[in-house]
Design a protein around this ligand. Structure first.
Ligand SMILES: [Zn+2]
Ligand SMILES: [Zn+2]
Length: 293
């Protein structure tokens, strides 16, 4: 069994960005309700707030000051802090993998600006922290949110030690794997119109590229706005997400010693996050609590 950490602070649930993070608190509580924290290999780490110094590794002082004036400052700090804590503990080997439950998005955050419920680049901020502490150099980010990860792509466009595999619907293009290759480490692929197609696309594009790139850790941005009751592609049922988790976890197990951090802001309805979140933890920690699903 794997040692799995769940990174969450109550601020992320109580002060979640309203229209996006519909099911954050419900998602976390569902892990408790399912009794998963009583498993010896699953630990809740209460996220600590990130420091300005940690955030300034990717963002300008001007932008940090601007976010400080908003009601999203505190939840942003705790969301980034969860990512930083998870990155450190997985790379130091205290745990094998982690789930970070954030109260805001992040992948639309650039150095000086952001949109769409994002303020700081939550998923992107683990990498400079790992490098600053000499815990790792080469990383992959797999993003299955509906929307193009413009902020992550922008911040890492010249970084050939970061493999970015982004599933998005921003562009329309024929499904040819060369069409959305921006460099040999930056890719975009279309979403599926059903559970089966989404899973097929991820299966087709992720494991092989991770195998070739050899990252030290995979970050998976598990966007849930692809769910049928959310505001994105509305193509997937809740059953798709544990299946995506299995593919990505196996990829991490096969090619980077199991090191995997899943980040989500639970951006679908509570009834769906209640189903999805415990099953993602079940997969990460290899509990086998939901056989046959
Ligand atoms: Zn989205
Ligand atoms: Zn994209």
């Amino acid at each position: 069994m794997k040692r799995t950490g769940v990174f969450y602070h109550d601020v992320c649930g109580k002060e979640a960005y309203s229209s996006l993070a519909m099911g954050v608190e419900e998602g976390f509580q569902s892990i408790q309700k399912e009794g998963i924290f009583s498993q010896p290999n699953v630990t809740w780490y209460e996220s600590e707030p990130a420091t300005v110094e940690q955030i300034a590794r990717l963002h300008s002082q001007e932008w940090i000051e601007q976010v400080k004036q908003t009601q999203w400052w505190r939840v942003s700090l705790y969301s980034v802090g969860g990512m930083i804590g998870a990155t450190e503990k997985v790379l130091e080997g205290e745990i094998d993998n982690a789930l970070v439950i954030a109260g805001v998005g992040g992948h639309h955050a650039h150095r000086d600006s952001a949109w769409g419920g994002c303020y700081f680049n939550v998923i992107g901020l683990g990498i400079p922290h790992a490098r600053a502490k000499s815990l790792g150099k080469r990383f992959a980010i797999v993003d299955t949110d509906t929307h193009h990860a413009d902020g992550v792509r922008d911040l890492y466009k010249d970084d050939e030690d970061m493999l970015h595999i982004c599933f998005c619907d921003t562009f329309s293009w024929a499904y040819n794997s060369d069409d959305r290759m921006e460099s040999k480490t930056k890719f975009c692929f279309p979403h599926g119109a059903s559970d089966e197609e989404e899973i097929r696309n991820v299966e087709r594009e992720v494991p092989g590229r991770i195998k070739e790139f050899k990252p030290e850790l995979i970050f998976w941005l598990c966007g849930m706005d692809t769910h049928q009751d959310s505001y994105g592609t509305a193509a997937l049922t809740e059953k798709a997400y544990p299946r995506l988790a299995k593919i990505i976890k196996k990829t991490a197990d096969d090619y980077c010693g199991g090191k995997l951090i899943v980040k989500t802001c639970c951006n679908t309805r509570p009834h769906a996050t209640r189903y999805i979140i415990p099953r993602i933890v079940d997969c990460l920690a290899e509990l086998g609590k939901y056989p046959g699903e």
